[in-house]
Design a protein around this ligand. Structure first.
Ligand SMILES: Nc1nc2c(c(=O)[nH]1)N[C@H]1C(S)=C(S)[C@@H](COP(=O)(O)O)O[C@H]1N2
Ligand SMILES: [Mo]
Length: 200
C-alpha cells in the first residue's frame, strides 16, 4: 500500500533503509517559528576552540563568505525522505577551518533558536557536503524552512540539521542535544539506520 503523498523512487536511485520518498518535505519542527531579526542575529563558534576564544559572526560576515551549492535530500527520522533539494550557502568545513577545535575535541553541539540543539561531530562538519544553507532551490530560505541559516548534513537524519541555527560548541565528549535526550541516536547516520538511542 502506498500512503498519501508517497511517490515511487526513480530508477537507479536509493534511499536510506526504512525511508519512503515524498516529492517535497513537509514543514516540520518542534515549537514556534522565530520572528526574523537580522540586525540582532549572530553566529557563535565556541566551546573548546583552538585559540580558546569564542568567535561571533554577523549575518553580513556569514553572507560574505565563499559560496557552495549542494544537492541533497532530507531524511526525517519519521521515515520520509526527499531527493535532490538544491541548497546554497557556506561550506561548514570552511568555518571549521577558520575556527578549528582544540586538539582532542571531536564532538560538537550545534544550537539554534529557542534552545533547539543537536549532537554531531567535527567530522560531520568537515564533510564536503555539509552546508550552512541560506538558499533552497534558488530562493532565499523562508522563515519556516529555517531562514536565515540552516545546517544541512546530507548523510545524517535531518533532526541533526537545525533550522534557525545560531552556532556550535566544540566538546571533548558527546553532549546530547534536543532529540538525542529524547530517545534518538547520538550519531544518526541515516544510511546505517541509526534512528533510536537503543542502537548506540
Ligand atoms: N530548530 C529546529 N530545527 C529543526 C527541527 C526543529 O524542531 N527545530 N526539526 C528537524 C527535523 S526533525 C526535520 S525532519 C527537519 C524538517 O525540515 P523541513 O521543515 O524543511 O522539512 O528540520 C529539522 N530541523
Ligand atoms: Mo524529522
Amino acid at each position: 500500500m502506498r500512503r498519501a503523498g508517497r511517490i515511487p523512487l526513480p530508477a537507479g536511485r536509493r534511499l536510506p533503509p526504512g525511508q519512503h520518498l515524498l516529492p517535497d518535505a513537509p514543514v516540520m519542527h518542534y515549537g514556534p517559528v522565530p520572528r526574523p531579526r537580522p540586525e540582532r542575529w549572530d553566529f557563535t563558534i565556541g566551546g573548546a576552540t583552538a585559540d580558546g576564544a569564542e568567535h561571533v559572526m554577523s549575518l553580513d560576515d556569514m553572507l560574505a563568505r565563499q559560496r557552495l551549492e549542494v544537492v541533497a535530500g532530507l531524511h526525517c527520522s519519521a521515515h520520509w525522505s526527499t531527493l535532490d533539494d538544491r541548497w546554497g550557502g557556506v561550506g561548514a568545513r570552511d568555518l571549521v577551518a577558520a575556527v578549528p577545535p582544540a586538539p582532542g575535541n571531536t564532538e560538537v553541539l550545534v544550537f539554534a533558536e529557542f534552545g533547539y540543539s543537536a549532537s554531531i561531530t567535527v567530522d560531520d562538519l568537515r564533510s564536503s557536503r555539509a552546508l550552512l544553507a541560506t538558499h533552497h532551490d534558488g530562493e532565499a530560505l523562508s522563515q519556516e524552512r529555517g531562514g536565515p541559516l540552516r545546517l544541512i548534513l546530507p548523510h545524517l537524519y535531518s533532526w541533526k540539521g537545525p533550522k534557525w541555527v545560531r552556532g556550535w560548541h566544540y566538546r571533548p565528549l558527546p553532549e546530547r542535544g534536543f532529540w538525542e535526550q529524547r530517545g534518538y541516536h547520538l550519531r544518526g547516520d541515516a544510511w546505517r539506520e541509526e534512528r533510536y538511542s537503543h542502537l548506540e
